[in-house]
Design a protein around this ligand. Structure first.
Ligand SMILES: NC(=O)c1ccc[n+]([C@@H]2O[C@H](COP(=O)([O-])OP(=O)(O)OC[C@H]3O[C@@H](n4cnc5c(N)ncnc54)[C@H](OP(=O)(O)O)[C@@H]3O)[C@@H](O)[C@H]2O)c1
Length: 321
């Protein structure tokens, strides 16, 4: 990558180098309940093939996306490619049991074993504990709990690095402060429309923990526009969010900037953020995203957008599962 906006950066203290753009593979798992549309397998595989050949070297998935379908499709793409492309970094997430709610260490072990099988790999470079808001902090860090299980996998060489990924910001700060995680992934909480993750970004960057900022379009409204996609973070957008999104779109038009470029670069330009995870379900999105990341934006656009304000409250989105 030639542009400094897109050059490789260290992923915390892991020794891994990642691009500031990361392919979010949730929509590739065919999740119509979450995104309101499905993704056929061939389209997902073509998107992955395109991503493997692109300047992006980072992909984000989870055991639970499409109940394993995202990982299974990534596994097929890896196999067809003869392995992960050189220098590529694949991150996944270990999940609770969605039927029983079981978030025990045993369940996390089963989740990691399923990820290895679905991805067709014998080693995972990066595993987050996913959505820890669905259990207690004490369970996650306690004896025999999810963290200890992942650390055991790490000692055995099955997992290289461990992170934490979820919703509520105060909870994520508490996990970051344990010092047990090299990266924290937040979603829908640091966008043009919502900045509730701001304190997390401060704490993590102070501690040298990589911040991975997912869903810079708030699940789509800031890419497709408020008329085409009137939702924020997988739920109907509130009137104030819709009004702000319309105002943002109008100002962006005055500056001749796509709303998506402003939304993406809002995240990319923040020095506290290591990588921004963009959900994509179509092959053409890969190049479009690189172009949006490089789109020239006059500095005057940023204060013009600020003038409309933004939310600092948690969007209460525990629904992305
Ligand atoms: N708890 C967690 O750990 C957590 C939670 C949420 C998200 N994540 C991660 O973050 C990723 C991103 O989140 P997200 O997908 O929910 O939200 P997002 O990145 O804010 O938005 C994705 C949506 O934007 C659309 N889009 C992307 N580029 C576009 C373009 N150039 N033009 C028009 N539309 C465009 C996509 O549409 P198309 O489908 O048409 O491409 C998709 O519907 C997920 O895939 C996942 O990997 C993690």
């Amino acid at each position: 990558m030639s542009n400094s906006l897109l050059s490789l950066r260290p992923l915390g203290n892991t020794g891994l180098l990642v691009t500031p753009l990361c392919l979010g593979a949730a929509p590739l798992g065919d999740m119509p309940e979450t995104f309101q549309y499905g993704t056929p397998e061939e389209q997902a595989l073509e998107t992955l093939r395109t991503a493997f050949e692109s300047p992006i070297n980072f992909i984000d998935t989870a055991a639970s996306y499409g109940f394993g379908e995202s990982e299974r499709r990534i596994g097929k793409a890896i196999q067809a490619n003869g392995g992960l492309p050189a220098g590529y970094v694949l991150a996944t997430k270990a999940d609770r049991d969605f039927t029983t709610g079981d978030f025990s260490g045993e369940q996390i072990k089963r989740s990691v074993e399923a990820s290895l099988k679905h991805l067709g790999l014998d080693r995972l470079q990066y595993v987050y504990i996913h959505d820890p808001e669905h259990t207690t902090f004490e369970n996650v860090v306690g004896s025999g709990g999810p963290l200890e299980v992942l650390q055991k996998f790490q000692a055995e060489g099955v997992i290289d690095h461990i992170g934490i990924s979820g919703g509520p910001i105060d909870l994520l700060i508490r996990y970051v402060e344990t010092g047990a995680f090299s990266a924290v992934e937040t979603h829908n909480r640091y966008t043009l429309l919502n900045r509730s993750a701001d304190p997390l970004l401060d704490v993590a960057s102070r501690m040298g923990v990589a911040v991975i900022n997912a869903a810079p379009y708030g699940s789509g409204i800031l890419a497709k526009g408020p008329e085409a996609y009137a939702r924020y973070a997988y739920s109907e957008a509130s009137p104030i969010v819709l009004e702000r999104a319309r105002s943002f779109a109008k100002v962006c038009q005055e500056f001749n900037v796509p709303l998506a470029a402003a939304a993406l670069q809002f995240s990319l330009r923040d020095p506290r953020i290591t990588s921004t995870v963009v959900g994509m379900s179509k092959p053409e999105r890969v190049l479009q995203t690189v172009e949006l990341a490089n789109y020239p934006i006059a500095p005057e656009l940023w204060p013009a957008l600020e003038a409309f304000g933004y939310d600092t409250e948690d969007p209460e989105t525990n629904r992305f599962e």
